[in-house]
Write a protein that binds this ligand. Structure first.
Ligand code: HAM
Length: 418
């Protein structure tokens, strides 16, 4: 086969029809389950103002400093959204969603963009589904968000997962911890990686998330944040753990779990799968009680998570879980001659309006080739029409699976199909 002259951009992937069926299955499942949890869908644009993302996620995060797709038009600077928490908060503030009353329970499905080095489970355009709850500081909200996340994987049959849990406290607790962490790292400052040196002053917590080899010995025996949580933070964390236990949701505490964005406060979590290889995070999230205010809204506590859909599909493949059904059509009308072809074309709407999926040959092929095509399309039935059938008003109706045929009028065929 000749090589295509034009191809997708690095790390961006076409989703072809056989794959799309799996995506549709997954999207339907997420929508149905979100409805059972009483979450409403929100859709925001693919582009956001650069400043929103920089402010929301933090200047020194990997995403903002290295992975953003940005461009400008006139005076305006935009980015392709790398995630949806900051955009959802922007929409919440812009449209005064708090005035709808209660806590806003929102979900989303859609593409995100990060200019990372592509590898298995890591793309530059990838898809997430996620939830955001705005307006509740109660641990019930944290636990409902986590419960939904686990519920989706359980429904699909991905059960071999680990929920990692941490609390990174409120800003007060975190300040104290930052000082302790800096004091611990200081004697070895010169041995830290360049990026960690940069983060040392402004955001030392991110050093805990470093993948650089030279940082590992100093991360390993660093002080743990949970020793620095104040009373309120400890109480919130204790409630989250208590409610998770009530729901029989198992978790593993990981005091070094810090997430990739600066907006997090209190609860932080990740769902890890051993079936994924290097990119083992299926999903992640946490609380972000200060983000709404940071973006210009009234103080509003919030919590959410997002999951990588490609990674979910990879896990399904590894586990042999089949999503969605195979390609098929109810009826294929096989025609011989012009008059039969014209008849076939005019019967298609009659089948479709009864909810029967129907197709016919578009290429003027021989009858044998049409039967082959009907098999390829996985047609359940064929209606075979030639001149004789037209004259008699009776058609060959063939059950393709059972290889059974009968001669019926079109009305009798409709009766059989319904
Ligand atoms: P995140 O951990 O950056 O969190 O992304 C969530 C999930 O998206 C990851 O666990 C992973 O499965 C998937 N993901 C991230 N980057 C890529 C990539 N380059 N290719 C494929 N999959 C990827 C967030 O985005 C937060 N907004 C989650 C959140 C919601 N926190 C609070 N609310």
């Amino acid at each position: 086969m000749a090589q295509a002259k034009y191809t997708t951009h690095l790390g961006m992937v076409d989703i072809l029809p056989d794959e799309v069926r799996k995506w549709q299955f997954l999207e339907n499942l997420i929508r149905e389950e979100a409805a059972t949890f009483n979450f409403e869908e929100i859709r925001t644009p693919i582009m956001e103002q650069t400043e929103l993302i920089v402010r929301g996620l933090g200047q020194l995060t990997d995403i903002v400093s290295k992975e953003i797709f940005s461009f400008s038009r006139g005076e305006d600077n935009y980015v392709l959204r790398p995630e949806l928490t900051a955009p959802v908060v922007r929409a919440f503030v812009e449209h005064h969603l708090d005035q709808r009353g209660g806590s806003q329970k929102l979900f989303y499905i859609g593409p995100m963009f990060r200019a990372e080095r592509p590898q298995k489970g890591r793309q530059r355009q990838f898809h997430q589904f996620g939830l955001e709850v705005l307006g509740s500081s109660d641990a019930v909200a944290d636990v409902e968000v986590i419960a939904f996340m686990i519920h989706i994987y359980n429904k699909i049959g991905i059960k071999n997962t680990t929920l990692k849990l941490n609390s990174i406290g409120d800003p007060d607790s975190r300040e104290k911890y930052k000082e302790a962490l800096k004091a611990h790292l200081k004697p070895n400052f010169e041995k830290l990686s360049e990026i960690s040196k940069k983060r040392y002053e402004k955001n030392p917590l991110r050093i805990l998330d470093s993948k650089e080899e030279e940082d590992q010995p100093f991360i390993k025996n660093a002080p743990v944040i949970t020793d620095y949580l104040n009373e309120d933070s400890l109480a919130h964390y204790a409630k989250v753990k208590e409610y998770l236990t009530d729901l029989n949701i198992q978790f593993e505490e990981d005091p070094y779990l810090v997430r990739g964005m600066d907006y997090y406060t209190q609860t932080a979590f990740e769902l890890i799968s051993p079936d994924l290889g290097a990119q083992d995070a299926l999903a992640g999230g946490g609380r972000y009680d200060l983000l709404v205010e940071e973006i210009g809204g009234q103080p509003t506590p919030a919590v959410g998570f997002a999951a990588g859909m490609e990674r979910l599909l990879i896990a399904c493949e590894e586990l042999g879980i089949e999503l969605g059904s195979e390609k098929k059509v109810d009826v294929y009308i096989v025609t011989l001659g012009d008059a039969a072809r014209k008849w076939g074309l005019s019967q298609l709407p009659k089948l479709r309006e009864k909810g029967v999926s129907a197709t016919m040959d578009y290429m003027g092929r021989s009858m044998k080739a049409q039967m082959k095509d009907a098999n390829r399309e996985n047609a359940q039935y064929t209606i075979i029409v030639g001149e004789n059938e037209l004259n008699e008003g009776r058609f060959t109706f063939r059950n393709m699976k059972e290889s059974e045929e009968s001669s019926l009028s079109f009305e009798e065929i409709l009766d059989k199909l319904l």
